[in-house]
Write a protein that binds this ligand. Sequence first.
Ligand code: SF4
Length: 363
Amino acid sequence: MKNLIFDQEKLEEFRKKNKLQPFRIKQIYQEIFKNSNIDFGNCTSLSKELRESLDKNFEILSIKIKEIIEGYESTKFLFETKNSKTFESVLMYHWHTKNNGDKKINRITLCVSSQVGCAVACIFCVTGKLGFLANLLWEEIIGQLLFANNYIKNKFGKKDDGTYHKVRNIVFMGMGEPLLNYNNVKKSIEIMLGQGYGFSLSKRHITISTSGIIPGIQKMIDDNIESMLAISLHAPNQELREKLVPIGKKYKLNELIYILDNYYKKTKNRIFYEYIMIKDMNDLSKNAIELSKLLKHQNCHINLIPYNENPAMPNLQETETSSIYKFKEILENNGLTVTVRTNMGREEKSACGQLGWENIAKG
Ligand code: SF4
């Protein structure tokens, strides 16, 4: 069986056995993290002999790609783990329009999965309908980023400064509840942030999105996890939250707000709230007033997300655009900062709450 190239001890053993200079290790990781290679055969700064020997002994990716669904706004990847569990991640493209009207890729975000399926069972989410199937290992989480960077390199090539286009932002908003797979998520973030042995991403560009797992948020505070935090709130009071996000029964809204206040005191990181807009359910003016009261003491930012169609919940409907903007206005009049999220990736069924669509649609 091949070792993972990220097993630094095994790579060091290999280096000594093959009488390689220590700088070769740095070169190998540079080929992977900086040059976005996922195949030793393409690591051309290494000798042919070394490439072949690495290929015999090590693997870069521990996941397999099964399907790629390409779109203009996003690309969805369907991966498979070694024990045949499938999961998805999504690349989202932010385009810039030049003066002559041409479009140029500006920045790229990867929405990664941390689990296969999810136990939290939010009513508006396809993944939740699958139930919990497995935790992804840290190497399966960073495998998504390795594959995505290689895909981007082939699709977009180099930037004006001669470096390759890459993922700039990571959001843990794919399948699963990241704080219920804490250790693997933590280790994957260390590698995302790492220089040399890592992707050199900025901590401002990595966001953990949680449905409000209080012990996990406490661990983030204790371990000083260097990433941003987004809360899938979706309701301004306990009763409604329990309906939309059933784990809210266990982790009460007042306790959640209390720990988030502590999180802010410790980290000084602004907190992001996700609020999905579902017609006649949580999108009324009185909900906006209540939400304002709940959050106006915090340094936070609220993202309003139009509900995306979901085959498992045919009765839920998207809020009309005019009502979303009315809701936004109420929040803003109460001093909150708010963005209405554009719905990227609906056609590819890769928008918020839609991951796992094919599994559900198949029945
Ligand atoms: S929204 Fe997130 S936490 Fe809720 S069921 Fe879906 S994947 Fe799980």
